[in-house]
Design a protein. Structure first.
Length: 293
């Protein structure tokens, strides 16, 4: 098998058989060819070492490609299997970043956002920690969406503080989790600086506040009374089948995961990837298997 076939085959099969010892050789292929091997070599470099494994010339190529695609890039729903996100009224990306403690950002396409969200949702380069990198949408029908594992309302107590502060500034903010393979649903709803509803199918004992109108309608369809957190396990499963987190988001703000965008989507601004300064040395795409830009 020649070098081009070897690299292409490795990419098609999840980069098996490649290891970090190949990084210098892969960089040499990127610089000197052969030409047909340059693209699979780039994918192998990203998988083995992430973006920090790329030479400055390759990073510049990726930035140019993003800049070329951005003017024609259209938002689309992203399902990363394990989906955590915030929705914030308005389009103040920089202030949202400040509240979340994110000090770095770079332009991104929706393809890159999908790559990041799916990769981090499955553990990213290290499954032992929660990553702070997020994908931030432009303003979509009056809302900004921030997607990434650090936004899950069940996983980090600081998310409640974020929702409170953001809703105090902008009127409304929410945090959601949706496991698209039956891994649970959660929502945290803030209005004018107050948490008005928290629900979690995985941790029903933590739920607070009165059920939302969409929850009440789902309970009525099921012939149930009382809040969903008091249902037994089978009834709770039926409830989230009727009232999943993306449906709640679609009613209260905007759903970036499941129900699809409205036909009259109004877009202002451009999407970003953002992260804290403390993660500057993290090669966030290391161990990623699928790369979209």
């Amino acid at each position: 098998m020649n070098l081009v076939d070897l690299l292409t085959d490795a990419a098609d099969k999840g980069f098996g058989g490649l290891d970090a010892a190949m990084l210098p050789e892969l960089r040499a292929i990127r610089r000197d060819g052969p030409a047909p091997a340059r693209r699979p070599a780039l994918l192998a470099l990203l998988h083995l070492g992430g973006e920090l494994a790329l030479d400055p010339a390759d990073l510049a190529v990726l930035r140019r490609l993003i800049a070329i695609k951005l003017p024609h890039d259209r938002p689309y729903s992203i399902d990363g299997c394990f989906n955590s996100w915030l929705t914030v009224r308005g389009g103040d990306q920089q202030e949202i970043m400040r509240v979340l403690g994110l000090t770095r950002s770079a332009p991104a396409t929706y393809g890159l956002g999908e790559t990041l969200v799916a990769h981090l949702g499955h553990g990213g380069p290290d499954r032992s920690r929660t990553w702070r990198h997020v994908f931030i949408s432009p303003m979509l029908n009056g809302w900004t969406v921030v997607s990434g594992p650090s936004c899950g309302p069940d996983d980090d107590p600081q998310v409640e503080g974020w929702v409170q502060e953001l809703s105090s500034r902008y009127g409304d903010a929410q945090a959601y989790f949706y496991g698209s393979q039956g891994d649970g649903d959660a929502w945290l709803v803030g209005s004018c600086g107050q948490i008005v509803r928290r629900f979690s199918s995985a941790k029903p004992e933590t739920s607070t506040g009165e059920p939302l109108p969409i929850e009440q309608r789902a309970l009525a369809r099921l012939g149930r009374t009382g809040p969903p957190e008091r249902l037994d396990a089978d009834e709770l499963w039926d409830f989230v089948g009727e009232c999943a987190a993306p449906q709640v988001a679609a009613e209260l703000s905007i759903d970036p995961v499941f129900t699809g965008w409205p036909d009259d989507l109004d877009v202002h601004g451009q999407p970003l990837v953002a992260w804290p300064e403390s993660d500057d040395d993290v090669s966030i795409l290391r161990d990623c298997y699928v790369f979209l830009i």
